[in-house]
Ligand binder design. Sequence first.
Ligand SMILES: *Cc1c(COP(=O)(O)O)cnc(C)c1O
Length: 238
Amino acid sequence: MEKWFADDIRENLCRIEESIAEACVRAGRRRDEVTLVGVTKTVDAERVNAALAAGLTHIGENYVQELLAKKPLLNLDGVSLELIGHLQTNKVKQVLPQVDRIQSVDSLRLASAISKAAVNVGKTASVLVEVNIGEEESKTGLPKEQLFDLLAQMSEMPALSVEGLMCIPPFYEKSEQRRKVFSEMYQMFLDIRDKKLDNVNMHTLSMGMSADVTEAILEGSTMVRVGTALFGARNYAK
Ligand SMILES: *Cc1c(COP(=O)(O)O)cnc(C)c1O
């Protein structure tokens, strides 16, 4: 039987789909150039399953413990499960076999640990590099000046497939300010793509959240990560 919240989640998903489609039209891009990731931190498994039943195909979790606890309860057939939160090196071994992609690689140490763990389990790890585009001290992500060097080093690692970049920009009131940082990310994405490094294929640019999906898509995002607009306000206290 369907739970009472399933309708809300289905409607939210429809609304988000509409804004993505609209932004794609405005940007002159195809709808299939943008993937929607539902962000499920603090969201219980039943609600996540409701979103999956409504057609969501990608989910992003922030915390390793929460991901491991929730995963067995999710209907993940054909769904991509991605880690989008900060990852500590000592949790890599545990989480790597459980996820389809890690979006939050932001240091050489972490990249090496992931590659090593991937060699051990005989898989290639799909990763994105997280850039601290706003240069905020409080945020995770790699300083942009270090991006090329890290990618060059990652390109030599045996079990990594670098698929793109991710960012969480600072909060800006104005739409133009948001567009400016997204556009800077897109330019870096293109510059790196032109360098044609081994094992570095820039096809995913993960940027845009509930408040700025439209701006992100207008500036070239290929993956938006939406939590609040899909599941409602998060309750961290539970
Ligand atoms: C929480 C979170 C999101 C989703 O944010 P909303 O504003 O709720 O859409 C996206 N990306 C990351 C990395 C997050 O931690």
